[in-house]
Write a protein that binds this ligand. Structure first.
Ligand SMILES: Cc1ncc(COP(=O)(O)O)c(C=O)c1O
Length: 329
């Protein structure tokens, strides 16, 4: 089947490396873990978000937008990537960030400000109304004569999903070149755009592999309808010849820990040890918890030693800086 890729920009440094994770003491011996280094999609733009933004920003330019509007937590990787993409394209960015404005500009927030993003801080209790708040923010910009383009949380709408549909094709090509079979792809799961893209992309490129999303966000469990809705919307909007059953959607629970963006001591120790043994930065909110979850499952013998597993590193390294005190206290 011809895959109807929408037009996109080239913003990410791709293909990113896909390689075997060096044997490190943290990973139980005999397991074969591979890693897709999407933390290397660029420096400022590092991580998964830029792949979605390649499609979204193309549409924004086509619509002659002058401002990219999006939202996230005040350390949002997605908001930072959007602010940088806007700056690269000569556009403005306007960010709705949840939480109280922190006293110091650290990590992603520092980069948002360096990009000149217009930032509105909104109480976390308003999170439910995020789409309405972005609409309101955009109406105010329109009133000033601007032409805003709204990008939903995490860039996770059907157009953004194409970022990881395309990435799945890139990964399959690399896997074929290595002449290996991957039984499972493991990724951090939050707004689900990355998961849905991999899930659909694997089907579209004929890659028989399971896609596992480690819930790092929702307690007590991930609302699976969020994934199903995004999959169905993407399939319908682009008339993809893809079928799926709910059973194929694999969400791994048990690794949100104390809550979204909160870390327990055990996770912090794991992240420190992983970085010092591998030289690969994990972030505290997404990849740190996802890798922690993967290693925990390996230790519990929940994967076959014969299977090769591919961990998608989705970036997020700037998120380490605002919490640095917790790592050496
Ligand atoms: C570093 C990082 N990894 C993973 C994710 C999760 O991706 P998604 O929101 O597409 O589920 C995010 C999303 O914010 C992220 O910033």
């Amino acid at each position: 089947m011809k895959v109807p890729f929408p037009k996109s920009l080239n913003l990410a440094v791709t293909p990113t490396p896909l390689e075997k994770l060096r044997d490190i003491p943290l990973i139980p011996p005999d397991y074969k873990v591979y890693i897709k280094r999407d933390d290397l999609t660029g420096f400022g733009l590092s991580g998964n978000k830029v792949r979605k933004l390649e499609f979204l920003a193309y549409e924004a330019l086509k619509k002659k937008a002058d401002t990219l509007v999006t939202c996230g937590g005040f350390q949002s990787n997605h908001a930072r990537a959007t602010a940088l993409v806007a700056a690269q394209l000569g556009l403005k960015s306007a960010l709705v960030l949840f939480g109280d404005e922190p006293p110091q500009n650290e990590g992603n927030l520092f980069l948002d400000k360096l990009c000149g993003a217009e930032i509105g801080f909104v109480p976390l209790s308003e999170y439910e109304n995020v789409d309405r708040i972005m609409e309101q923010f955009s109406s105010e910009l329109k009133f000033k004569g601007r032409n805003p383009y709204i990008i939903p949380e995490g860039g996770s709408n059907p157009l953004g999903v194409w970022g990881y549909i395309k990435a799945a094709f890139e990964m399959k090509k690399q896997i074929d070149k290595l002449e290996i079979k991957i039984a499972k792809i493991v990724t951090a799961l939050s707004s689900a755009g990355t998961y849905c893209g991999l899930f659909l992309g694997a089907k579209l490129c004929g890659w028989k592999t399971e896609v596992m999303g480690i819930n790092v966000r929702f307690l007590p469990t991930y609302p699976k309808e969020k994934i199903i809705t995004l999959l169905e919307k993407t399939i319908a909007q682009y008339r993809l010849k893809v079928r799926f059953t709910e059973k194929e959607i694999k969400v791994v629970e048990g690794y949100v820990g104390e809550g979204y963006a909160l870390n327990k001591k055990e996770e912090i120790e794991f992240i420190k040890a992983f970085i010092s043994k591998s030289g690969i930065l994990l972030d505290p909110v997404y990849t740190g918890k996802a890798m922690f979850g993967l290693v925990d499952r390996l230790k519990k013998g929940e994967f076959s030693r014969k299977e090769k597993i591919l961990f998608l590193h989705t970036g997020g390294g700037f998120g380490l800086f605002p919490v640095k005190e917790k790592y050496f206290s």
